[in-house]
Design a protein around this ligand. Structure first.
Ligand SMILES: [Zn+2]
Length: 55
């Protein structure tokens, strides 16, 4: 019953879709004006883009 479907040991990170970066909207001023998007490191995976499996 040995299957060859080797499961990856890591899971792609959801918030960044495995890219390690997430774009967030930048607001400026009291009116919270939307000045665009900024790319930042994904805090969920810390930029690795994948979540290490526990087992
Ligand atoms: Zn991530």
């Amino acid at each position: 019953m040995a299957r060859k479907t080797a499961k990856p040991k890591v899971t792609p990170c959801e918030p960044c879709k495995g890219t390690g970066e997430v774009s967030r909207t930048v607001h400026v001023g009291r009116k919270r004006r939307d000045v665009g998007q900024q790319t930042g490191i994904c805090l969920n995976c810390l930029g690795s883009g994948e979540i290490p499996a526990d087992d």
